[in-house]
Design a protein around this ligand. Structure first.
Ligand code: FAD
Ligand code: SIN
Length: 542
């Protein structure tokens, strides 16, 4: 009763607030939505060619990029070759990679890393040479890292510094993108929410670099910003999305009822850590010839099997046999974080269980970052270039953000040369009134639990049909207009959850990170891609 009265009051305030909201207009040559590796690298490419506005919905340092631990994969060591990096990427992608996209990634990758070093990036070294580590499914040591286990922070530092050298780039932090502005099937800007103001920013070209969607799942390694906004925004604008069913679950996220979720980098296993069940038995050798360094999907499912078999909520990661000083020096962030929760990783076993980590699917792009909508480009985790196929090779995404962020920037700049400065058009919000009979915080929690339980590591028609029924009950939220970040995120999360579930239902087969207990084989149509588009629904790609 009090809940209902409160909700009506909130709705009244909400409606009153939204009607008095100030609306203003701005113009820029290029609008980059997202300030992680992909957005920043795109902005650097665009900066000499016009005015650039970079948007982030939180602080610039709140991105998956900033939290990246293990490193960045690149064929630069003496014992490695571009061809071997290519082969490992294709193998991890389980037959669904775009081979051309992979070639571009691995061939251009070394140049982009050398460029980063020339801008001041300090990767860890052994003596005078770069140090490379191992991660799952790599057949060579090829992962560069910085400050041990804070590689993302170093990339972020260098890219932000570089961006700041260009007076043509402005940054708007805490600026939430509501929607793209589309006119005659062309993207001409975006509406953003900044404080109590809506700003319509018109641009010759827009680059979407909003990152991933891990927050759709109750267990995730992703930071709170990863709510799948870019996918939902692009979908509402009519863009094609591809392979949304492919979610990568990282095998080792810290498990504790009293601690926040925290990634325990695969590099720990790369340096010799092993998984044990709660009885202290190693189990990975029985599941895969690559043992603890088997592909992530295999390790994640093996952990689930062991948890079920032993009736436990977690397994353990064991580093205690490694040299103590080496561990502290090599993994300072992980060491100090675990210590805060009374786990000394040099002496104690670490409780771990899998968590949603990365989405391979996203807004479909060609090799140059062009989406199906003119004037709209996409790069980084929000995009699906086809590089990762059905499963991403560890540490390939930072590299993808650099290579394809720059490519999207370059292509957008060429496109803008042919486009005259956008005329300002009137925009209107098209959603319905905000529903007052939902507690959106509660919806968010339920949604995250639902996706984890029904569309998670192991899925089937029955579980996903249940998920669809529940998602249907929240349809009214998807159709409503909201004017706060929290509400908009829930709306976007629901939209993206539907896209993932629809694609996962369509793919009746198991491939890469998509595992269906009711279709354990690959399925007849395994070599095809799924697509979602507002007009067409969820279909197989032509
Ligand atoms: P992000 O870095 O996530 O940036 C997204 C940006 O978009 C943010 O600035 C955000 O504010 C903005 N944004 C989002 N929505 C909106 C909106 N509505 N309006 C305005 N702005 C918006 N990959 C590796 O290759 N190596 C690793 O070692 C590695 N470790 C990882 C560890 C962790 C804990 C996590 C979570 C991921 C890791 N990954 C790693 C994956 C990798 O970090 C990400 O895939 C990559 O950083 C994504 O970069 P991005 O630029 O696409 O997005
Ligand atoms: C990790 O450090 O385990 C994450 C690496 C990645 O996701 O690429």
């Amino acid at each position: 009763m009090y809940g209902t009265i409160f909700s009506i009051f909130v709705c009244f305030i909400h409606c009153a607030f939204s009607t008095i909201m100030k609306i203003s207009t701005e113009k820029t040559d290029f609008l980059v939505i997202g300030g992680g590796v992909a957005g920043l690298r795109a902005a650097i490419e665009l900066a000499p060619r016009g005015s650039v506005v970079v948007l982030t919905k939180d602080k610039i340092t709140e991105s998956s990029t900033g939290y990246a631990q293990g490193g960045i994969a690149v064929a630069l060591s003496d014992e490695d070759e571009v061809r071997i990096h290519y082969d490992d990427t294709i193998k991890a992608g389980d037959g669904l990679c775009n081979e051309e996209a992979v070639s571009i990634l691995v061939e251009k990758g070394p140049g982009f890393i050398l460029e980063l070093i020339s801008w001041g990036a300090e990767f860890d070294k052994e003596g005078s040479k770069l140090a490379f580590t191992m991660e799952a499914a790599h057949s060579r040591k090829r992962i560069l890292h910085a400050h041990g286990d804070s590689t993302g922070k170093e990339l972020e530092r260098v890219l932000i510094n570089k961006v700041q050298t260009f007076p043509s780039v402005s940054r708007y932090n805490f600026a939430f993108t509501l929607d793209l502005i589309i006119e005659d099937n062309r993207c001409i800007g975006a509406s953003i929410l900044k404080g109590n103001e809506i700003i319509n920013i018109f641009a010759k070209a827009v680059i979407l670099a909003t990152g991933g969607a891990g927050q759709l799942f109750s267990r995730t390694t992703n930071p709170p910003i990863a709510t799948g906004d870019g996918m939902a925004i692009a979908y509402r604008a009519g863009a094609l999305l591809k392979d949304m069913e492919f979610i990568q679950f990282h095998p080792t996220s810290f498990y504790s009822l009293s601690a926040p979720q925290f990634l325990l980098s695969e590099a720990l296993r790369g340096e010799g850590a092993v998984l044990k069940n709660i009885n202290g038995e190693r189990f990975m050798p029985g599941y895969h010839p690559m043992s603890d360094l088997a592909p992530r999907d295999t390790v994640a499912r093996a952990i689930v099997s062991e948890m079920v078999r032993t009736g436990a909520m977690h397994v353990y990661l064991d580093l205690t046999h490694l040299d103590n000083d080496f561990i502290k020096k090599r993994f300072p962030l992980i060491y100090s974080t675990c210590l805060q929760f009374n786990i000394d990783i040099t002496r104690d076993l670490i409780p771990v269980s899998p968590a949603a980590h990365y989405i391979m699917g996203g807004v479909k792009t060609n090799l140059h970052g062009e989406t199906s909508i003119k004037g709209l480009f996409a790069a980084g985790e929000v995009a699906c270039t086809g590089v990762h196929g059905a499963n991403r090779l560890a540490s390939n995404s930072l590299l993808e953000g650099l290579v394809y962020g720059a490519e999207a920037g370059k292509t957008a700049a060429m496109y803008a040369e042919k486009v005259k400065m956008q005329d300002i058009v009137q925009t209107s919000r098209q959603g319905g009134p905000a529903p007052f009979n939902f507690d959106l915080k509660e919806v968010k929690n339920s949604l995250r639990q639902l996706m984890w339980e029904k569309v998670g590591i192991i899925r089937c028609r029955e579980s996903m049909s249940d998920a669809k029924t529940r998602l249907g009950e929240w349809d009214i939220i998807i159709k409503a207009d909201f004017f706060s970040r929290q509400e908009l995120e829930v709306k976007n999360m629901l939209t993206t959850a539907n896209l993932i579930t629809d694609a996962a239902l369509l793919r009746e087969g198991s491939i890469g990170a998509h595992y269906r207990s009711d279709f354990k084989e690959r399925g007849e149509k395994w070599q095809r891609h799924t697509e979602n588009q507002k007009e067409k629904g969820t279909t197989w790609a032509e």
